[in-house]
Structure formats: structure tokens, C-alpha cells
Design a protein around this ligand. Sequence first.
Ligand code: AMP
Ligand code: FE
Ligand code: FE
Ligand code: ZN
Length: 282
Amino acid sequence: MRIDLHTHSTASDGTQSPAEVIRSASEAGLDVVALTDHDSTRGWAAAEEAARSLGIAVVPGIEISCAIRNISVHLLAYLHDPSDAALLSESEHARASRTTRARRMVELLAQDYPITWADVQAQVVDDTTLGRPHIADALVARGIVRDRNEAFVDLLHSRGAYHVPHYAPDPVTAVRLVRAAGGVPILAHPFAEQRGRVVDDADIEAMIQAGLAGLEVDHRDHDPAARRHAADLAQAWGVLATGSSDYHGAGKDNRLGENLTEPVVLEQIEDQATGPITVIRS
Ligand code: AMP
Ligand code: FE
Ligand code: FE
Ligand code: ZN
């Protein structure tokens, strides 16, 4: 069983539509794939339809943008009720703030580079969760940088002059909201240090006390020491350890299935889910 529990579509900052992500997952030989767009479940319906026609199992999920002490924290959630009012209100707040923030970042960039808000809009499908990768795509289209990675390194980094933060709930609150919505919260790439500052063990402990179900251990942004530390923490606290690709289509080098989750871990995620949502199996 090949199980990859972290991917993105054009519902957020991936470059393939939800159906294309599921098709690519099937072609990559995956048996199970989770769609986990940033702050949005808008891709679920199309992913489900594709899953049924292709015979691959799909885990409906989301990656919730959180922040604590100005540290960005990503919380994966699986099988939560997408209509849960409290969780939906937080993710819609974050999405709205992301749009305002992207406009401000473009205003700042426009002081030094030939880029407009229309350039960014030209890069996105309707109703996506806007992120820096979309600004990166506009910078690429303008010939200002070569690719998303160069855009991040040169212009969009969280410590850079053009960076503007957006609203995000604190991770302990988000963990409680996911559980209340029947979902299973897993901390995404906890020690991905090249993205910016990361949480400390006390933050993770607080999340675990609030109901965190596990840690994403195997992820390309974790070096061997980070993987070992995450695995040790998961074992010490008796929570789950997952591995996933964080696939973004052509937007990043991450390949589907490059890290995998054990079948027994997926079983436990399914057992812990208490809401109306289940894994889609055709
Ligand atoms: P944002 O959500 O707007 O804060 O932007 C962060 C997103 O940008 C992450 O979810 C990543 O998918 C993406 N990202 C971060 N660094 C890079 C990079 N070097 N190349 C491509 N995408 C990146
Ligand atoms: Fe992303
Ligand atoms: Fe993430
Ligand atoms: Zn992700």
C-alpha cells in the first residue's frame, strides 16, 4: 500500500486541478492520496469524483495556516466536517486575510518591480486560497525571476522586505477546532527550518495536550536529524507519525509518493475521525 497524505491543487497553491492531482497520484502508483489544500476544502468534490472513476482512495483533508509568536505553523487535518461553522469561520478569515496581504505584498513589490495585482489574478483560478506562490508565478510570467523557488529566495521570503503576514489562528485553537469538527489533526513538517522559524517542543506538547493526533515526520524539508527528533517526539507522546510528499504539481520539486505513510497509521486516522466524512473508496 502506497499512501501519501499531503498534496495541493489549484484550490490553493498547487498547479494541477484537484482531478489532475488525483490522476497524477494514480499514475504514480499510489493507492491512497489525501488532498490537503491550504485553508480550503473547495477541491474535495472534484477529487472525489476523480477518485471514483480512477479507483484510487482519497482522504479529504486541509492544511490550516496557523501562527504563534509570528512563527508560521501548518496543521494538516483529515476527515473533518467541512461545514463545521467554527472551523469554517477561521479558515475563511485566514483566506480573506491572505487576499488583503497578497495585495499589500504586490504594492510593496510594485515599488521596485513591474508587477501589478492583475498579473497575480491572471495566475489563479477563481476562489483559490491566495498565497505567495501565486505572486511568484506572476513574477515568473513577468520575467523577474526564473521560478517559484527563485522568487522565494530573492523576494518573498518571510524575513524579506516585501513580506506581509496574514491572519492565522493559533495552533492549539486550531487543533481543538479540528477535533470538534470530527477531524484528525496532524502537525505538518514541524521542523522545516528553511521556511522560517519553527515551533519548539513545548509548543508541540501544548498541541498534543489539546488533541494533536500526530506529527508529519517524513517530509523533504526535514533533514535526518529533524526526522529523528520528530519520530522520537511522536513515540514519546504516543502519537502518530506520517510521511508525505507535500506535492504542489509543477510549483515545487516534491514528487508524489516520495514519502509515504504506513497503512496502520491511516487506519488509526480513520478510527479517530468522528464526523460524517470518510475516506473515498470506489
Ligand atoms: P504562504 O502560504 O502565502 O505563506 O506561502 C507559503 C507557501 O509557499 C507554502 O505552502 C509552500 O507551498 C510555498 N513555498 C514556500 N517556499 C517555496 C519555494 N522555495 N518554492 C516554491 N514554493 C514555496
Ligand atoms: Fe503550499
Ligand atoms: Fe505546509
Ligand atoms: Zn502543504
